[in-house]
Design a protein around this ligand. Structure first.
Ligand SMILES: [Zn+2]
Length: 411
């Protein structure tokens, strides 16, 4: 699969070596450390040319041109938020207030955002994307997938992805978000548009294709056709599946070898079995794993029951956590908030939640250069104002991210 070039703002190369030392707890996500997070204590980490080149005991740390003192804080890989919708205009605060007053969430509000997005200028959309990208970065997110899906015309989907690609390597064509109002009585025609001219215009700016496979959005036949068209031009598949009720989306994702099926709130035993059957050892090189990406911000913001993370984990399914940042059903860019929700509301252990928000997200994007801190990985990391990763869930809502390095450069 091809990967788009580096986003604008990427660090300049050749800035010398940088040592991060006095690390109280280093989360590596490398199996030879302690536990699933590969914890090391009293550690140091050396960065050169935007990459990690060494990790080890602080007493063995090599000399470097520059130094950052972690002051005994924990250092973790940057969060990998593998599911976000950042290209939009307007907000839906009134819809949120109505929902909190008792109105159910139906997904229909997406069309409100589509109208506002179509009416916005490129610069207005760009400003929103960059504002949210910065917001996420300050909360430790160094890799951020961005979807289109609020344009739903050929030109508006293409420009959404063009703007997203300015700040992200992982951009996703979501022309199949909902059927826009002007196609309401002829969904087959809209699917033809998505698979034809819209895909052709979007594909140069996209790495992935996604579809909202749900009652009220796209049925399984339409979803299969759309994902297959995208795969035929080299895009990887992802699916919005089983959010609002049971359905065929998860099994469709597994059938097509999707990198991830996202939401997974309403699952049958057959869905869990299908996901578990794909969860082979990543280190074997198999790329057929379909990750279950859980988006607890959506359940929080729609006051809905949370996905059963324990059932998935106990079945051996690879689980990721992501924000689903969007103006309707989950307007948060905060991965620490999602980690806290996963621990408190979904009974994940703090270690499982941190892994899912870092290494799990990387697997959901089929990347091995992020979500891990080992020689050769991208030097994307965060330094906490706390001695341990446990504090991310233990101290919810507290700004614990003291520093973020992206491509080895302090942000
Ligand atoms: Zn979504």
């Amino acid at each position: 699969m091809t990967r788009p070039g580096p986003p604008v703002g990427r660090a300049a190369r050749g800035t010398g070596s940088l040592l991060v030392d006095n690390i109280g707890e280093l989360v590596t996500n490398v199996a030879d450390g302690d536990g699933p997070l590969g914890l090391r204590r009293d550690a140091a980490l050396l960065v050169e040319d935007g990459q990690v080149v060494w990790t080890g005991p602080a007493r063995d740390a090599p000399a470097a041109d520059r130094r950052i003192d972690a002051e005994g804080g924990a250092v973790l890989p940057g969060f990998v938020d593998s599911h976000a919708h950042l290209v939009f205009a307007g907000d839906r605060a009134a819809e949120f207030a109505a929902r909190m007053a008792g109105q159910p969430y139906t997904g229909g509000g997406i069309r409100t955002t589509v109208g506002a997005t179509r009416a916005a200028t490129d610069d207005e959309l760009r400003a929103t994307v960059r504002r949210l990208r910065g917001e996420a970065m300050r909360q430790g997110t160094t890799t951020l997938e961005i979807k289109s899906g609020y344009g739903l015309t050929v030109a508006d989907e293409a420009r959404s992805l063009r703007i997203a690609a300015e700040v992200s390597e992982d951009t996703t064509f979501l022309g199949a978000h909902v059927v826009p109002t002007e196609y309401a009585d002829r969904p087959d025609d809209y699917v033809g548009l998505v698979c034809g001219p819209m895909l052709a215009a979007a594909a140069p700016y996209a790495r992935w294709i996604d579809v909202f496979c749900e009652r009220g959005a796209f049925d399984v036949d339409h979803a299969r056709a759309i994902l297959a068209c995208g795969q035929a031009v080299g895009l990887g598949a992802r699916v919005h599946a089983n959010q609002l009720g049971p359905g065929p989306g998860v099994r469709l994702g597994v059938e097509l070898g999707a990198a991830s099926v996202d939401h997974c709130t309403h699952l049958t035993d057959a869905d869990v079995d299908a996901l578990a059957s794909t969860s082979v050892d990543w280190t074997s090189g198999a790329v057929t794993t379909t990750v279950a990406t859980l988006l607890p911000g959506a359940e929080f913001s729609t006051r809905s029951p949370y996905p059963d993370a324990r059932r998935l984990l106990d079945a051996g399914v690879t689980v990721a956590l992501a924000t689903d940042c969007n103006p309707g059903s989950s307007y948060t860019s905060s991965m620490p908030f999602c980690v806290a929700l996963a621990v408190r509301e979904m009974r994940m252990t703090p270690a499982e939640a941190v892994w899912a928000a870092t290494a799990g997200g990387a697997r959901a994007l089929r990347r091995d250069d992020v979500g891990v801190l080992r020689p050769g990985a991208r030097a994307d990391l965060m330094i906490l104002d706390a001695p341990s990763h446990l504090h991310l869930a233990y101290r919810p809502g507290v700004p614990l991210i003291r520093r973020v390095l992206h491509h080895g450069v302090p942000q």
